[in-house]
Every structure is written in structure tokens, then in C-alpha cells.
Design a protein around this ligand. Structure first.
Ligand SMILES: *Cc1c(COP(=O)(O)O)cnc(C)c1O
Ligand code: SF4
Length: 371
């Protein structure tokens, strides 16, 4: 509880539930012990750990107390394998976000495309994901950016070709309401901005953040709509609390999509992958992307073969469940996102017809119209 002194009186202002989630952030061995039975291995890695780690009490409560291979635990608790780095690239984020370039952009602006940019506004998160591709900035703390949003806003104002701004971080929804309101208001004030996107794990790791005030800042009918893309990687993350947070966002006109990361041992088997995508729709989240786990340093142990995402779409989703549940599998690179889709659909083609194949291996023919 914060005590503000106002003139003669002291007024006690209770914190909102989401602020308590941050005050009680689970980022020490003692706090973690309130949720799980820490293994000797976890304890020894945590004691030597020099990176930023932790999550909210809400998300920590989803951990299996006795199973160290729990998918929530593996996303939250540092592992010894992070120190093994064979394939990770040094200065990954500088490469990935084209930060070393001739266009003079402020630190907050990452650009790969003409009509849209990523606007990085904070390095704080509601979970410090062990698999994060921005881990140099967010988890390891060896990339420093200047988060002066004024420079970013000025840059956007001077670039009328940008019609779509993706606010990212860290996690933008960890910012205070006033700061979010300011960013949205300024961006909506530029006549060339047609849509705003927010990349945030908050609906999944801190659904308490979706308050009435936040809804009034982001929501209601507006010329410039807001899309939130969250990150849910395992069906265990989809709780009743998340379902309500998503419903609340949608009820004021905000679209919610998912950008999962394909993680070895967490969601790279057919059953989990299917359940994840079916359950996302069940809580009204539209699967958008499944990202190949990127070549940031120290996350080799989470990476699958490159083709895995396409294989899972073929074996778990396409034809096996509704097309609404189907994300696009992509590899995010320095030259943009590259789709990697299954390639079994066209079995054969000649001047007269195409032979098409479905998920059961059945074939059918349609005419080939040449132009
Ligand atoms: C991912 C990304 C975007 C948005 O890409 P979409 O395919 O439109 O979702 C924009 N800019 C950067 C730098 C990105 O990394
Ligand atoms: S919430 Fe996003 S930015 Fe933060 S650690 Fe996780 S993946 Fe990285």
C-alpha cells in the first residue's frame, strides 16, 4: 500500500492487484520455494545465476511443484544448458533488428519492412522467458537501449510510409496506465498510422493487468484499432483468468492473437501442439504465428529442426482440426519473417490439371487454368 501525503491528510491508496503481482514478483529461491520443491540442480543453477529471471505469483502458481520438466517451470527457471552456446549468434539482436544500418533510427525503432516498424518501449517483463530471442536486452542485460519514446515518436511522425506500429519490449503492458495512454494517444494522432499492435505476454502471465482503466485507454471504437498479440506456448497457460482477460479485451474492440514459440520438450509434440491451438480458440485467441526458436545466444537447447513447425502443422492441425486454429510457422530473420509451410498439398501438376493431396494422403484433381 502506498501512502501519498496530500496536504494535511495522508491518503492510503491501495495498489491494484496487478501491481501486487509485480511487488511480489517470484525472483528469488525463497519465493520460488513457496510454489515448488526446488531440485538440487535448479538450486545450484539459481545460486550461480547472474541473469534476470522470474515471473508473477499468478504464473508461478501454475508450476507443477514436483515435476522439474513442467513446461511452465522450464520457461521460468534458468537451466545449466543456457551456458552451452554452440549455435547462438553474438550481437544477435543488432543483426536481427537491423540496428547497425545507414538509416539513422533511434534505439526504440527496429525496422525490417517499409510499412511497419517495431517500437521497443521497455525492457521489463512479467516473465523473463528463458527462450527469449531478446534475451541479450531483457534477460542477460548486455545490450543497452535508450528507451526515450519521444525520439521514437518523432521518427514515426517523419515517416508517413509507416502505417502499422508494433509496440513491443520487454512487455509494453507493464508500463503504467498514463504512459500507455500517452503512447496510444500520440500514435493515434498521426494521420498515417492505420493500426497499432501491442506484443505482450501480460494476458497470459498477468491477466490481472486487464483492468477497467486499461480497457478505457485501449478500447472503444476508433479509427486506429488495436491488436494485441500475446505469447502462449503451452495449454497449461490457458486458465479461466486468461479467458476472462481476453474476453474483457475483446469486449471493448481489441483483437487478440497468439505468437507461440516452438520449444523443444515443451510444445514440439503432436498432442501438445494440437491441444495448444484448440485451447487458444476456446479462450477466443486467434493463433497467428508459431516462431522457430531463434539463434539468440544460450538457447540452443530449446531449438528444434527448422522443418518441425511445418511438420506439426501437417500432423496436428491441417485437416485434424479447424483451419481457424492454424497459425503460420515462420522463421524470424534480419530480412523479415520467412514462412515455412508444409509442402504436401500439390502432388503433381501438368498443363491440364493439378493433383492435390489432403492430410490423409487422399488425392483429388482440379483443372489448371493457364493465363
Ligand atoms: C515481426 C516484426 C514486424 C511485424 O511483422 P508481421 O509479419 O506484420 O506481424 C515488424 N517489424 C519488425 C522489426 C518485426 O520483427
Ligand atoms: S515476455 Fe517477451 S520480451 Fe519478455 S522475456 Fe518473454 S519473450 Fe522475452
Amino acid at each position: 500500500m502506498t501512502i501519498y501525503s496530500s496536504g494535511q491528510q495522508s491518503i492510503a491508496v491501495p495498489k491494484e492487484e496487478w501491481q501486487n503481482q509485480l511487488v511480489n514478483f517470484v525472483n528469488s529461491i525463497e519465493k520460488l520455494e513457496e510454489y515448488i520443491n526446488i531440485t538440487d540442480e535448479e538450486r545450484s543453477v539459481l545460486k550461480a545465476n547472474k541473469t534476470i529471471w522470474g515471473t508473477t505469483p499468478y504464473f508461478a502458481s501454475l508450476m507443477d511443484p514436483d515435476d522439474p520438466s513442467c513446461p511452465i517451470r522450464k520457461q521460468v527457471i534458468p537451466s545449466r544448458e543456457e551456458q552451452v552456446n554452440v549455435h547462438g549468434m553474438d550481437n544477435y539482436l543488432v543483426w536481427k533488428e537491423n540496428r547497425d544500418n545507414e538509416e539513422n533510427r533511434p534505439d526504440t525503432i527496429a525496422r525490417q519492412y517499409k510499412d511497419r516498424v517495431a517500437f521497443t518501449v521497455t525492457q521489463n517483463c512479467g516473465i523473463y522467458c528463458r527462450h527469449c530471442f531478446r534475451k541479450e536486452l531483457v534477460v542477460d542485460g548486455n545490450l543497452e537501449l535508450d528507451f526515450n519514446v519521444e525520439d521514437g515518436l518523432d521518427w514515426i511522425a517523419m515517416h508517413p510510409e509507416v502505417r502499422d506500429v508494433l509496440i513491443t519490449g520487454g512487455d509494453p503492458l507493464l508500463l503504467p496506465d498514463e504512459k500507455i495512454a500517452y503512447l496510444i494517444e500520440r500514435l493515434r494522432g498521426f494521420s498515417h498510422i492505420e493500426m497499432i499492435r501491442i506484443g505482450s505476454r501480460v494476458p497470459i502471465v498477468m491477466p490481472q493487468r486487464i483492468t477497467e482503466n486499461l480497457k478505457s485507454i485501449l478500447g472503444e471504437y476508433h479509427r486506429v484499432p488495436i491488436w494485441i498479440n500475446t505469447q502462449c506456448n503451452h495449454p497449461k497457460e490457458l486458465t479461466e483468468e486468461v479467458a476472462w482477460a481476453v474476453y474483457d479485451l475483446m469486449s471493448c474492440g481489441i483483437n487478440v492473437g497468439n505468437q507461440a514459440v516452438l520449444l523443444k520438450g515443451i510444445n514440439d509434440d503432436v498432442e501438445t501442439f494440437k491441444e495448444l491451438h484448440q485451447k487458444l480458440l476456446k479462450v477466443r485467441i486467434k493463433p497467428y504465428y508459431v516462431f522457430y526458436c531463434e539463434a539468440a545466444p544460450g538457447i540452443d537447447h530449446f531449438r528444434t529442426p527448422v522443418e518441425k513447425g511445418a511438420e506439426l502443422i501437417r500432423d496436428a492441425l491441417r485437416g485434424h482440426t479447424t483451419g481457424l486454429a492454424q497459425p503460420m510457422a515462420v522463421v524470424a530473420t534480419n530480412i523479415g519473417k520467412i514462412p515455412l509451410m508444409p509442402d504436401y498439398y500439390i502432388k503433381d501438376k501438368d498443363v491440364r490439371e493439378y493433383t492435390l493431396c489432403n492430410h490423409k494422403g487422399q488425392v483429388t484433381k482440379i483443372p489448371n487454368i493457364s493465363d
